[in-house]
Design a protein around this ligand. Structure first.
Ligand code: PHE
Length: 344
């Protein structure tokens, strides 16, 4: 064993003097110091039962010093290549024949992809896109939407309040009255964006999520307009004929308010697991804009009516891309994002 350790040491020194690239040095490290490496093999190949106590100690010392030599020599060689590379860089001597590191192409987040698709569809129907503000006044998020301070509907919105009395918007409806005041009537606008609620998280709840709000104000807007616009939209989203129905639903800022259901696209309405055997899938709340909201927006109510809808953009994205856990969307995990590589 004594001659072997010496041989190994010389052999390593010779090989190291040939190594130029970091990868060559790393290969030598694995070859000598790795778990299956030559030094470990040296220990494994020795039959210690044939050795006296003194010989065992001696063998141990030799292996330790070989190991120490190898670690030091490899570290030194590595430092040298780095220094050489730095010097070459300083002198502008770049080896242009080396393969590059390759640029990673970014891609659009699935929520962004869905949002952009919906924006296109609505823009083709004459709607403008407004993003509104993520930090909002209590007035636009609640009061202007017919949700005064003591209204029980405020309990449904677990709100992040800021120290200055403002808040993180709990829904994109907060942009409705801002847009009415800014543009007046007639108005067609959609408000995509992030919303925030101070909620416990699970597979379908996050403190941050996206909504896609729509607002249409005109002289002859009726509930039939809601149905027509929604059917036109969903036909484009799903690329085939769809049918929808309205159920009564309550939101303080619409009257009447509805839940819009989509006839299940999986079973065609016969009943299946996705629609829980009902033939219908709940898609979005909507309704005719409440008179108090039109008033807050300065809209002439004798002349104009409006409808509004609130699409769960996050939920639609999850359905569209079969993403099973909402928390994945905000995780920043490239293993998720790499699976949906659409780019501009
Ligand atoms: N803003 C409501 C929510 O977040 C949804 C909604 C929008 C309902 C528009 C009706 C009309 O729950």
């Amino acid at each position: 064993m004594s001659t072997n350790t010496e041989l190994l040491q010389n052999q390593l020194a010779a090989e190291l003097s040939e190594a130029r690239e970091p990868k060559d040095i790393e290969a030598l490290r694995v070859k000598y110091l790795g778990r299956q490496g030559l030094i470990a093999g040296e220990v494994r190949g020795t039959d210690f039962s044939t050795l006296s106590e003194e010989e065992k100690r001696e063998a141990g010392r030799r292996v330790s010093s070989l190991k120490a030599f190898a670690e030091a020599a490899i570290g030194e060689a590595r430092a040298k290549t780095e220094e050489r590379a730095a010097r070459a860089r300083r002198r502008g001597l770049v080896d242009l024949t080396l393969p590059g590191t390759g640029a990673r192409a970014g891609s659009l987040h699935p929520v962004t992809q869905t949002q952009m698709f919906l924006e296109d569809v609505f823009q083709s129907m004459g709607f403008r896109v407004e993003t509104g503000f993520e930090v909002e006044d209590e007035f636009y998020n609640f009061d202007a939407l017919n949700i005064p301070g003591d209204h029980p509907a405020r309990d449904m919105h677990d709100t992040f309040w800021l120290e200055d009395g403002r808040l993180l918007r709990t829904h994109t409806s907060a942009t409705q009255v801002r847009a009415m005041r800014m543009y007046g009537a007639p108005l067609r606008a959609v408000f995509p964006g992030r919303c925030f609620r101070n909620e416990a998280t699970d597979t379908s709840h996050e403190t941050t999520f996206h909504q896609f709000e729509g607002l249409m104000i005109d002289e002859d807007v009726t509930v039939a307009t809601v149905l027509a616009v929604m059917e036109a939209l969903l036909r484009q989203v799903f690329g085939r004929e769809v049918s929808v129905r309205l159920r009564p639903g309550y939101f303080p800022f619409v009257e009447p308010g509805f839940e819009l259901d989509l006839r299940c696209l999986i079973c065609g309405g016969n009943g299946c697991r996705v629609c829980k055997q009902t033939g219908w899938v709940e898609l979005m709340p909507c309704g005719m804009v409440h008179p108090n909201v039109l008033r807050a927006g300065g809209i002439d109510q004798d002349r104009y009516r409006g409808f509004a809808f609130g699409l769960g953009l996050t939920r639609l994205t999850m359905m569209n891309f079969s993403i099973p856990d909402i928390r994945l969307l905000g995780s920043g995990d490239l293993r998720l994002l790499d699976q949906f590589p659409a780019v501009l």
